[in-house]
Every structure is written in C-alpha cells, then in structure tokens.
Design a protein around this ligand. Structure first.
Ligand SMILES: [Zn+2]
Length: 415
C-alpha cells in the first residue's frame, strides 16, 4: 500500500473532508526524504550572532530541518563546571540558537562525544583531564608530538564504559545540554573507537567488544528514553571494515560490528562516507535502523549520495523506505573556515570543499507562491505523513493548506 495525498480545492469553500478517490497525487516523490541536516561545531561565544545569521539566511533557504551541533564541553555546564572548556557558550548564547531554529523549523540535536574521542592528537579532553580514573588506557601517555601511525595505535582515548562512576557524570551533562537546547534528541558521537575492551583494563579485559559497544550504546539510549529522547550515533563501529573494504575508521577493524544485532533499533545511525558514495545506508535499513547518509567535502560524492538516498527512499517498500531518513552535511573544520569555503566560490577549484559540497548537495529551493484567485482563499485539506512530503508538489491554484500538523504562514507559503 502506498500513502497518498488526497487533495482537491474549491473557491469560497473551506473543506476538511478526506477524499477517497480522484485527484490523487503520489506523495512519495523522489527527494522527499524527511531529514536534511548539517553537523557543525558550536562557534566560539564571540561569534554566536554570525552563526545565528547563518542559520536564518543559509540553512533555512536550503530547507535544512536538522542541526547537529557539536557542543562537547563548549557550554557553561551548571551541573559540572569543572568540565567547561575554552570559548564555552552561555545559556543566553544557546537560547539565541534555539530561537532562530524554532523560527525556521530546524530541530537541534546537540552532541557530546561519549565513549571515544576523549582526546585529540596530543590534547586530552576535559572529561579525562578532570577524571583520569575513567581512562580506558591510563598506561598510554599522550605524546608531545602526535603522529599516526604510532606504537600504541593511539588515535583517540576512550573512557572505560564499565567504570562505575562515569555515567553519573556524563548523563548529567547529557540531560543538561538537552534541556538547554529544548530538544528531544541527542547525538553521542561514538565513532572511531579504537580503544575498547583493552586487555589491561581491569573491568573490560577479555570481554566481547561488540557486546561492550552495544551495551554502552543501549545504556545511553535507555537513559535518553526515560525522557522521551532519541539517540543518534555515528555508525562506523557497526560496519565490518575488512569485508566492506571501508577500513578501520569508517568501518571497524576491532570486532565491534556484530553489535548491529544488539543495539536497540530506535538508535538512529549517522552513516558517514566521504571518499565515495558507499551504499551502506541499505545495510542499516535492512537491519531495521533509521539511517542518515553523511557527506563532507567532496561535492561530487555529496551529489551522488543525495541521488542514492532519493532512490532508496522512493523505490523501497514502505517498511524500508521509512528507514531512509535523509542526508547530513558534516563540517569538520571550525565555523569560520566553513563560512570561507561556503561563501567564497573562488575556492571551488580546491580539491576538497565542504562549502561547495553543501551548496551542491543542498541547493536552495524555490519558495512556491500561490495564486490569489481574486482575493478568495482556496483551502485544501491533506492527509500526509510529514510536511516534507508535500514540499515538491505543485499546488498551483491553492492559496492555503490545512495540514494536520503543519500550517502555512500568513502568505500561504509552506517552506
Ligand atoms: Zn574498561
């Protein structure tokens, strides 16, 4: 069974009847997948206003509806002020972001890296700096001059998921950041975890790494679920890096991938591939997970990934189609660098550009203007499962729309 939009219109007549035949339009047009997202770090506090302007002027016209905001310790936490990093945002700064996102119907998903990414090159992260007892590998020092590869296979430090005190602290941060951003979604990172189940860890040594990973994901998921919140993670630990040829970063070389059978199905998978338009979205969808394909700085790859997601979404059975959530632009530079790439088209000849990938992969959309029809409103009532599904349909002749969960603005525009 395919979902259909039931639509008709009459001058001078406002009707709210769901029609059962004729004038049906296929809702499931290609490209209507629900999520159009960007993942970016929070700006330094002094640049919050330009970030707000960027959201209003550049994300909204590209119909972005989801903002994954990598906060980590760049917020002035009240629950654990000892973990506040440099350039941390105040609550007032955050509320500026909340306001502009609400105005533009953009959902915010704040991120704090849990489990992995507790250090970066030679710099320890705030959690392990203040609580070194949580370190999964306390016997491995951070080098003054970090290089890869190295004898310790040190990429980033992890916290020990079995330390009895770690969740008491990180869950307070998770709760606080979700509260201040007024959101029901949280991104826990959990990518590229190399240090997991280390033999020398007195708690994890000898344990199954897939189980350790899945248990930690599910623990975070269960905590969020208590308040009706959804967990998002980067999906690489659930991919067999050897069998797929995807390697040890965007896939796993450390035997965590069987966790795909253990992680609860309502955890949303952010499946990142930057070098090629790999088709692993289908792998997650067939395992019952909702999945977002994530792109970065290769414009041609971004465009192909969009096409793939459109096809997966449009051409799958409804059970599978619902799992193909959409696309996410990731930005792994600071915000200033990204603005430069995004606004400066002269940079487009560079081999890689997240700014051009974003422009090409998330083109601005025309806002549909509706006819006045001699001043009389023509109002239609539609049954549809999400607002995004109606975005590409030509409603020429209709001035207003009564949609169950979505109303036009005062000009009759939907976007
Ligand atoms: Zn451990």
């Amino acid at each position: 069974m395919r979902k259909k939009l039931l639509l008709s219109s009459f001058t001078l007549l406002i009707f709210t009847i769901a029609f059962t035949q004729q004038n049906t339009i296929q809702v499931k047009a290609p490209g209507n997948f629900p999520i159009r997202a960007i993942s970016i770090s929070v700006p330094p506090a002094e640049k919050i206003d330009s970030f707000v302007t960027f959201i209003a002027n550049d994300l909204a016209p590209r119909r972005l509806n989801t903002l994954v905001l990598r906060v980590n310790y760049h917020y002035q936490y009240k629950s654990h002020p000892e973990l506040i990093d440099d350039d941390a945002l105040t609550e007032a700064d955050v509320k500026k972001i909340v306001a502009v996102c609400r105005e533009n119907n953009i959902k915010i998903i704040p991120q704090i890296n849990l489990f992995g990414h507790q250090s970066s090159a030679g710099r320890i992260g705030k959690l392990l700096e203040k609580y070194p007892q949580f370190d999964e590998t306390p016997w491995i020092p951070l080098p003054a001059n970090y290089k890869w590869p190295n004898a310790d296979s040190l990429y980033c430090k992890s916290y020990c998921p079995l330390h009895p005190d770690v969740h008491n602290i990180v869950f307070k941060l998770v709760d606080e950041i979700c509260d201040v951003f007024e959101t029901n979604a949280f991104h826990a990172g959990m990518d590229e975890i190399f240090y997991i189940g280390m033999d020398k860890c007195p708690r994890c040594g000898g344990k199954n790494k897939a189980e350790l990973f899945a248990n930690e994901v599910n623990k975070v998921r269960d905590h969020l679920a208590e308040k009706g919140r959804t967990l998002y993670i980067w999906a690489d630990r659930l991919i067999d890096g050897l069998a797929t040829g995807l390697g040890g970063w965007e896939g796993s070389f450390n035997y965590t991938w069987p966790a795909i059978h253990m992680v609860k199905k309502d955890v949303v998978m952010c499946d990142w591939h930057y070098e090629r338009p790999d088709k692993t979205a289908a792998y997650f969808a067939t395992h019952g997970f909702k999945v977002i394909t994530c792109t970065w700085n290769r414009p041609a790859v971004a465009v192909e990934q969009h096409k793939d997601m459109q096809k997966f979404y449009a051409e799958s059975a409804p059970e599978m189609s619902a799992n193909f959530l959409g696309m996410m632009q990731t930005v792994w530079s600071g915000t200033s660098r990204f603005y430069y790439e995004y606004y400066n088209t002269g940079y487009d000849t560079a081999r890689r550009s997240a700014g051009k990938a974003f422009r090409d992969g998330f083109p601005k959309a025309n806002v549909t203007k509706y006819k006045d029809d001699n001043g009389f409103p023509i109002i239609a009532y539609a049954l549809c499962k999400s607002p995004e599904q109606i975005a590409d349909i030509n409603f020429s002749g209709i001035t207003h729309m009564n949609y169950a969960f979505f109303n036009p603005d005062s000009n009759g525009n939907f976007t």
